[in-house]
Design a protein around this ligand. Structure first.
Ligand SMILES: *Cc1c(COP(=O)(O)O)cnc(C)c1O
Length: 219
C-alpha cells in the first residue's frame, strides 16, 4: 500500500474531528510530500536537527503545522519554540518555566501539551500525577504558553484492556485538572500506530502515527 492509501484507510477509521499528526522521524521528505498531497498538514518530529533540515526542504509548503514530540533539552528550547507551533513533550517544571520565559519574546504563543507518565516507566519522561497537580498554580501563571492539554506515551507490553484503562486515566486526569485550575485542558494527544483505535475509544483528540503510515523505521 502507498502512503496515500494508508492515510485514506486511517481516515476512514477515525472521527473527522481527531487531528492526525504524521510522525516523520527518519522519514524522507519525498514521503512527507506524498502525505501532504494526501491532505496531511500536521507533521511531528522528535529531533531538532533533522526537523530543521526537512523544514528547509519543505519551505514551499508553508501551511504545514510542525509538532515537536521529543524530550526537550534546555539548550535547544529556544530553537524549538521558533520552529514548532506545537510542543507535545513539556515533561517537567523546569522546562515549562523556561519555555514560558523564552516564549515571551515570540509573536505567537506556542501551543503546548503536558506529557504525563500515567503508568510507571523508567524509560519515559513525563509528569507524575501528584507533581502535576501540585504545580497547577505555577502553570496557571505561564501566560506566554497556551497549555492545551495532555500527552501520554504508554509503556510497551500492555494488554488492550490495560492500554484502554491507561488512556481513560489520562482523560480523567485532564478532567481533574480542569476542575482544579483555569487551564483549558481540552486536548488529549494519545495513540500511536499500535494503539490509536483504543486511544480514540478513550476520546483522544490528537493521534500521532508514524509506522502505520510510512512503514517500519530502520533503527
Ligand atoms: C515515534 C513516536 C510516535 C509514532 O510512533 P509509531 O509507533 O511509529 O506510530 C508517536 N509519538 C511519539 C512521542 C514518538 O516518539
Amino acid at each position: 500500500m502507498t502512503v496515500t492509501q494508508r492515510i485514506n484507510q486511517i481516515r476512514q477509521q477515525i472521527p473527522s474531528h481527531v487531528r492526525l499528526v504524521a510522525i516523520t522521524k527518519q522519514v524522507s521528505v519525498e514521503a512527507m510530500r506524498e502525505a501532504y498531497a494526501a491532505g496531511i498538514r500536521d507533521f511531528g518530529e522528535n529531533r531538532l536537527q533533522e526537523a530543521l533540515l526537512k523544514q528547509e526542504q519543505l519551505q514551499d509548503l508553508p501551511d504545514i503545522c510542525w509538532h515537536f514530540i521529543g524530550h526537550l533539552q534546555a539548550n535547544k528550547a529556544k530553537k524549538i519554540l521558533e520552529h514548532f507551533q506545537w510542543i507535545h513533550s513539556v515533561d517537567d517544571r523546569a522546562i515549562a518555566q523556561r519555555l514560558n520565559r523564552l516564549a515571551a519574546e515570540l509573536s505567537h504563543p506556542p501551543q503546548v501539551l503536558l506529557q504525563v507518565k500515567i503508568l510507571p516507566d523508567p524509560n519515559k519522561y513525563g509528569w507524575q500525577t501528584p507533581e502535576l497537580l501540585e504545580s497547577l498554580p505555577e502553570l496557571e501563571q505561564y501566560h506566554h504558553l497556551q497549555i492545551q492539554g495532555l500527552m501520554t506515551i504508554l509503556p510497551l507490553g500492555l494488554s488492550d484492556e490495560q492500554i484502554l484503562a491507561a488512556f481513560k486515566s489520562t482523560r480523567e486526569l485532564a478532567q481533574k485538572i480542569k476542575q482544579k485550575s483555569n487551564l483549558p485542558i481540552e486536548q488529549l494527544s494519545m495513540g500511536m500506530s499500535n494503539d490509536y483505535l483504543l486511544a480514540i475509544e478513550a476520546c483522544a483528540t490528537i493521534i500521532r502515527l508514524g509506522r502505520i503510515i510510512f512503514g517500519e523505521r530502520i533503527s
